[in-house]
Write a protein that binds this ligand. Structure first.
Ligand SMILES: Cc1cc2nc3c(=O)[nH]c(=O)nc-3n(C[C@H](O)[C@H](O)[C@H](O)COP(=O)(O)OP(=O)(O)OC[C@H]3O[C@@H](n4cnc5c(N)ncnc54)[C@H](O)[C@@H]3O)c2cc1C
Length: 426
């Protein structure tokens, strides 16, 4: 029985058959750029974003958006098993890839966990309709690893907050709509105690968005400069100075990422977008399927894939139910980063010379070189693997904590470089 509506929920297999029929009629093949994103110009990128919003709207109008979201906010109120069945039926099809992470998770997930009723009613249905794309204003120019060391400041002014500072590496901010922003609201307590989370509209006076060109030519990453940005108190998420409570859950949702039961995406999309695994397609196109060394590499890539998927699925369910420690997603984050680097390397080895140069219509090998070039990003985005190792060592294995200059010190007294000194410390 559905807990929220007290009426029977649809059997998973019946749902799967209904989804299969609908997907067959409504979702076409994936397009290049859905996952490996670099566009020759902004117009093309904006067209791709508009297409993703339209795909999300199609899911919503078809009655398949927000499978695990509560019905009260426009979702279907179903289970992770229903979401998994839908994703499996979606294998090899298009899906709104820009809305998976960070819009559905961690942002919508954080709103469900900590948002007020009014915030949820305002934003969750809009997200499910594809009307709102969300971003994460976390990392700062002074460093992204020490998230709790944020120096972007928020000062209360009546029923508003005034935010000043800079955030960086924000994926998709220039075409996004809203963001969750972690800001410092108290400088007189130690760093984890003086933080608060806000909903920030990305396009508004005082918020300047700069673009950063990455190694692959993508300018999806942005840097934001916030100057006296006014945010109503009704856009505060969680209690004042309790931002680390929200932040800890936020990191959990980010680490589970695409494996979250809140995310609709074609199963296997990261392995090439079709039922056939990416590395197998590369080997087949290169005529190497019978080569013993290639077969070994394919086996290794597939093993990493299977283990990673099951590990993250277990974490996605085990942490909210309290069966696993709230720090355990660090294990999934570490495994995911290492596995992604190795899988990019395996694909590059199998493709050989064909991965050095490619044309748009080169099939599976077209993106192998670029994925190899960008492979290290998998160990950075969403928090680095080095930080995951620290979390596992210190919080899960109980090893001695690394020396710290800022533990139990009022944050305003922590030595910082000039770039990290906020102009509006309160
Ligand atoms: C593809 C991609 C997308 C991203 N999207 C977003 C986004 O949407 N929003 C957002 O806010 N950020 C985003 N980021 C930024 C990302 O979260 C940061 O890059 C990451 O947290 C590391 O921060 P940093 O780059 O400032 O490195 P730093 O924190 O300066 O660290 C530099 C190096 O030192 C290591 N290091 C730092 N501290 C320690 C320590 N205590 N022990 C051991 N090693 C340490 C790090 O692991 C790293 O290798 C994205 C990054 C990438 C690559």
């Amino acid at each position: 029985m559905s807990a929220e509506m007290n009426e029977p929920i649809e059997d998973v297999e019946a749902f799967r058959l209904r989804a299969r029929a609908w997907i067959g009629e409504n979702m076409g093949p994936p397009q290049r750029g859905d996952l490996v994103r670099y566009y020759p110009d902004d117009a093309e990128e904006l067209a791709a974003v508009t297409r993703d919003r339209g795909l999300q709207r199609r899911l919503y109008d078809g009655g398949f958006a927000g499978i695990c979201f509560p019905r009260a906010y426009g979702g279907l109120g179903l289970t992770p098993a229903h979401q998994r069945a839908f994703n499996e039926e979606l294998a090899g099809r298009e899906f709104p890839s820009r809305l998976t992470v960070p819009t559905f998770t961690p942002c919508a997930a954080v709103l469900l966990d900590f948002g007020t009723e009014e915030q949820k009613l305002r934003h969750i249905p809009a997200i499910l309709r594809g009307d709102e794309i969300w971003c994460q204003l976390l990392s700062e120019p002074g460093g992204g690893s020490d998230v709790a060391g944020a120096t972007t400041s928020a000062v209360q002014d009546g029923d508003h907050w005034v935010i000043n500072g800079s955030k960086v590496w924000t994926s998709g901010a220039w075409w996004g709509d809203y963001a969750l922003c972690l800001a410092r609201t108290n400088w007189h307590v130690s760093k984890h105690q003086g933080l608060t989370v806000f909903i920030v509209k990305l396009h508004q006076p005082g918020l300047e968005i700069g673009r950063i060109e990455r190694l692959d030519g993508s300018t999806e990453s942005c840097q934001e400069f916030l100057t006296d940005v006014r945010v109503p108190d009704s856009d505060r998420v969680g209690d004042v100075n309790e931002g680390w409570v929200v932040g800890t859950r936020w990191m959990f949702h980010e680490r589970v990422g695409h494996n979250s039961p809140l995310v609709t995406m074609a199963a296997g999309a990261f392995r090439g977008g079709s039922g056939e695994p990416y590395v197998v397609r590369i080997a087949r196109e290169g005529g190497q399927l019978d080569d013993p060394r290639t077969r070994d590499l394919i086996g290794e890539a597939r093993t990493l894939d299977l283990v990673g998927r099951h590990l993250l699925r277990r974490l996605a369910l085990g942490v909210p139910s309290g069966k696993l420690s709230e720090h355990s997603p660090a294990v999934g984050r570490l495994f995911g980063g290492i596995a992604a680097v190795r899988q990019s390397t395996i694909a590059f080895e199998i493709a050989g010379g064909a991965a050095g140069t490619w044309a748009e219509d080169d099939g599976a090998t077209a993106d192998v070189g670029m994925r190899f070039l960008m492979r290290q990003a998998a160990c950075m985005g969403g928090g680095t693997t080095e930080i995951s190792r620290n979390v596992i060592a210190e919080r899960m294995l109980g090893m001695p904590r690394e020396p710290s200059m800022d533990r139990n010190v009022a944050f305003r007294d922590v030595p910082r470089g000039p770039r990290q000194t906020a102009t509006t410390e309160a």
